[in-house]
Design a protein around this ligand. Structure first.
Ligand code: UTP
Length: 234
């Protein structure tokens, strides 16, 4: 049997306000699950919090200043989104774990019994990128795919800089220079969470960043084929 694989699906990929596009995207995700299970492969999926995380944190911020408490609000949103995907897979009869694990160790254990394990966040202090890299470490995967809503890692924020340049391949040390090592604020977004980068560096996990709106790219990366995106080598 092949080594387990792990993919982080950014919560922005599940935008309920774009229902028609999401229906197609979720349909494609179902096909991906069939492809994985049909080939007796194992896949850990870590789902981000997206809109419910941002809205929940915004609301709670008015009353709470403790970042760990705000992070708990974000974690609840990631688990909501994870449950949506897990229930879709269960409904189609996939061999997916019926619990949403609360730690990456538990997730790795569950992946021994199932083809697919879906989870959200775990503890305050990081995002689901860090959960995905930790899951990869704990299940023996050498790579972690981070599917987000940008095509590559850029040298500066492409939303605000027209001259931003994509990286196609980079070393993890270069990514550390770009992201720094500081914890993000609750709900703060970054192309890759610095905590995730630190874990990848410590445990020699390669990271692939790609545009998860196109699930063909995720499938190519999972199949070891060429894909459009950035490869970060440990
Ligand atoms: P996300 O993982 O969704 O953040 O966690 P993100 O990657 O920036 O956003 P998307 O999903 O790609 O749009 C949302 C928030 O939940 C808390 C943090 O506050 C984070 O900003 N969180 C999440 C944790 O504290 N711990 C976790 O393990 C996961």
């Amino acid at each position: 049997m092949r080594t387990p694989q792990v993919v982080a699906l950014g919560g922005s990929l599940l935008r309920p306000e774009e229902l028609e596009n999401r229906k197609m995207w979720l349909g494609k995700l179902r096909q991906l699950a069939v492809h994985i299970e049909g080939n007796s492969r194992k896949l850990g999926i870590v789902v981000g919090g997206g809109l419910p995380a941002r809205e929940g944190i915004e609301l709670a911020k008015n009353m709470i200043s403790n970042p760990d408490r705000l992070d708990e609000v974000g974690i609840a949103a990631t688990r909501l989104n994870a449950t949506i995907i897990q229930q879709i897979f269960l409904d189609m009869g996939c061999n997916v774990a019926v619990t949403i694990p609360v730690s990456t160790k538990e997730a790795a254990d569950l992946l021994e019994q199932h083809n697919i394990v879906v989870m959200g966040g775990t503890n305050p202090g990081h995002t689901t990128d860090a959960v995905a890299v930790s899951f990869a470490r704990d299940c023996g995967a050498s790579d972690c795919i981070i599917a987000t809503n940008v095509s590559h890692i850029f040298n500066k924020d492409p939303r605000t800089n027209d001259d931003a340049e994509p990286f196609f391949e980079m070393k993890i040390a270069e990514l550390v220079d770009l992201t720094g090592t500081d914890r993000l604020k609750p709900g703060q977004s970054a192309v890759v969470d610095p905590i995730a980068v630190g874990i990848a560096q410590e445990f020699d996990i390669n990271i692939a960043v790609l545009d998860g709106r196109d699930l063909d790219l995720v499938e190519s990366a999972l199949d070891g084929k060429d894909f459009v995106g950035t490869i970060v080598r440990s």
